[in-house]
Design a protein around this ligand. Sequence first.
Ligand SMILES: Cc1ncc(C[n+]2csc(CCOP(=O)(O)OP(=O)(O)O)c2C)c(N)n1
Length: 372
Amino acid sequence: MVRATKTRDVPSAVPSAVPSADELTPLRLLDVDGTALGPPPMSEALTLEALRLMKLSRALDALATKLQRLGRIGIYGPVHGQEASVVGSAFALDPARDWIVPATREQPAMLRHGLPLDRMLARYMGRIDHARIPDGVNLLPRSEAIAAQLPHAAGLAWGLKLRRVRAAVLVYLGEGASSEGDFHESANLAGVLGAPLVMFLQNNGYAISTPAATQSAARSLAARALGYGFDGCRVDGNDLFAVYAATRQALQRALDGHGPTLIESLTYRIGFHNTTDNPKAYRDDAEVAQAVERDPIGRVERYLARLGRWDDAQAEEMRESIDRELQTALATAASAAPPTPEAVFEHVYADPPDRIRRQREEAVALRRSAGA
Ligand SMILES: Cc1ncc(C[n+]2csc(CCOP(=O)(O)OP(=O)(O)O)c2C)c(N)n1
């Protein structure tokens, strides 16, 4: 039987004012009305910075959706509703030290970690040369295959430990991915090896059209961590402060040699799964309306407004600066060269086998004969 509570050794570097989350009760530090439920774990300046990234993420979702409808970019999966979860966790990391291994909808975390916005947009536009992750940015590419990023993340964390590098890896996954074999194998391996890994599970209610209740009968996905010999905790994933504080604790544990942590971030995907999806086919408008009331961005705005640090004029100024940033990045991405058809053969093999070389030559010859 899974224990509901267990003793945990919270490292001394973690502020004692921040309560520990546990496997069943989600940690909440910022109420829906914007009241801080204890000393805030982020300074006002850092909170404002996080708010800007949350808003940029929401604006990027809107822009990318329009661009997809215009045929200018490929499939796009929005973050809408999950901004506190993604931004709060990313802000807990040190981009110069730690690694991020994304799933598919963690765009603001990738930006925070150092991926330039124009390169991110270039990826959605298929401009693959420009989309390359720059050297020195501790980030792996997004994984379209569900849960396939998890063994890579466990291996990366183990590698850091073997090399005695003081750094940690944060890997994102959804509750749908937690049903895959890759999840269990990676959690088991990371637990046995004591790898400095934070498994950040965003339980956003749905795996495309499969509701979380049908995904697993477990009362808490975080409680699964106990079966692999490490700690799990749940956080209110629409609470920037709770996500940030819990991730900081998990990270500190990893850096101090205490191994992995599984964080279940309880949030809600307000948007569609991706631009191919119609969520009205499988969920009620009333359910979405309820989630909108718990919107993670409004919660931070209300908090800052209470402190006198946020008003309509600031909101407008921020909206304009985000708009300018997005438009500049879009222009840069759009001016990058599109790939040639032969590029489909690149970046898979360091030393391509004969069969691939032949196919590439045939493709080049075909293009020449077509005068393209
Ligand atoms: C191995 C694999 N199986 C199935 C799919 C199709 N697929 C794409 S997203 C998705 C659901 C993922 O749900 P979850 O892990 O909860 O993440 P979310 O999309 O909600 O962020 C599925 C089944 C896939 N991409 N890869």
